[in-house]
Design a protein around this ligand. Structure first.
Ligand SMILES: [Zn+2]
Length: 115
């Protein structure tokens, strides 16, 4: 399952993020999932619920924010209309996916114990 490997990578990233905060508890994980990332949000949540139990984000809630795909011109950075436009109308530059193509950790809500 594609989602499981993404969640596993996400947990690795969470481990690294909380490493400087010993004893911190991850309460909420905010993730941005691109429209074209090839991820099914429900499968992603299910994979997270399974994998988190053995990880530092055990018991954390997951908030998934959908990110719509946005295309821009590689040359002049003009916003291009959606729907398979491969060339910029203004300069003929190549289209690039400016956002919506990946999954990334947006932020974590941590509970840091007083010591
Ligand atoms: Zn252009």
């Amino acid at each position: 399952m594609h989602e499981a490997s993404l969640v596993s990578a996400l947990c690795d990233q969470i481990d690294r993020s909380i490493a400087p905060h010993p004893g911190a508890i991850v309460r909420v994980v905010h993730v941005r999932v691109g429209e074209l990332a090839g991820v099914e949000p429900e499968l992603f949540k299910t994979a997270f619920e399974l994998l988190r139990e053995a990880r530092s984000c055990k018991g954390a809630a997951l908030v998934v924010v959908a990110v719509p795909a946005e295309w821009r011109c590689r040359a002049c950075d003009a916003a291009l209309p959606r729907g398979g436009i491969l060339e910029c109308a203004a300069c003929g530059g190549e289209a690039r996916l400016a956002q919506g193509g990946d999954v990334f950790l947006d932020r974590l809500e941590l509970e840091v114990p007083d010591v």
